[in-house]
Design a protein around this ligand. Sequence first.
Ligand code: NDP
Length: 334
Amino acid sequence: MNWIFVGASTIAAQYMIGAVRAQAGQDVVWAVSGSPDRVAGWAERHVIPNATTDLAEALADHDASAVYISSTNEKHFAQAMAAISSGKHVLCEKPLALNQADALEMVAAARDAGVIFGTNHHLRCSGTHRAIRDLIASGRIGKVLSLRVHHAVHLPPNLQGWRINDAAAGGGVIPDITVHNADVARFLLGEDPKCVVAQMASSGMGEGVEDSAMSVWAMPSGAMVMSHESFTHRFAGNGLEVHGETGSIFAQSVMTQEPVGSVELVTEDGRETISCSPHSLYAQGVSDFTKATLGEGRPAADGIDGVKSLTVALAVREAARTGKRMDVDYEGVS
Ligand code: NDP
């Protein structure tokens, strides 16, 4: 399968070009960017044969059947809608859009066009998160009482652009990281947060957007979720804990792009280290997506997963803005 990459981005360069090339018989054949100056050099650097600033030109290539979108967030909607209407499968970066209505429209359009639509939530593709989900699903910790997600990191200097100073481009830690935490909670617990309380702050990096947030979510089962995300924490580490009636799971350094980290299960029998597959998160995501285009299974995170993670993040931001508890509104999301 040949891919069109829309967005000459860091994530494409660092992970996604390699993730496509790790699949047998797949390659990236177009780079599309908004900048004529950048796109030719970027394509050359990454050995991509075609470069353009005209998305329609790339979409007219009948030998390319998939589009990966990693532009800034405000561009995802229009680019995805164009790709879908040209009959291509679409793997779109999170957050899918700036609002729920646009995200829903993207998913509905893909459904109507009969193409596969995925959201690039990489964490649920990791060996660690899949092992944790299996521990929970197989009853090793009993009824889940709570999940604590520690995802306060230090945004590297090369990414301290639109994320920290451009609300119109979809900047802020909530659209950037809370969406991932929402997807992790949904993936691990198999249910959707129903209401949230939250606070947000600008703690040194954010200019006009929040760079830190803490929130507490109630799940339909009664489990509670605590989510902490930030761009300003240099030495906080990262991880998650899931606490159940008969056991607890401690996962360290697993909120990351690399196949690293550890998972331990603690029960009355003692502490057990859980072995986890060390595969690439992004290659796994592309592999799952590719299989879905062939009629096998579904993308690791599909369009509705992307709509729901965005919906939770927007509820967190609204709760933080208003100081009120917000119900997460999934009306029309299915
Ligand atoms: P970048 O800031 O690297 O790229 C975003 C856009 O900025 C590019 O499309 C490009 O525009 C422009 N750009 C990038 N570098 C430069 C530069 N040196 N000079 C001028 N313009 C530049 O964003 P990220 O890669 O961090 O994020 C892109 C998307 O991917 C976002 O939606 C983000 O949320 C998502 N993401 C997802 C991750 C995941 O693990 N799932 C991880 C990181 C990001 P143009 O294409 O027009 O040239």
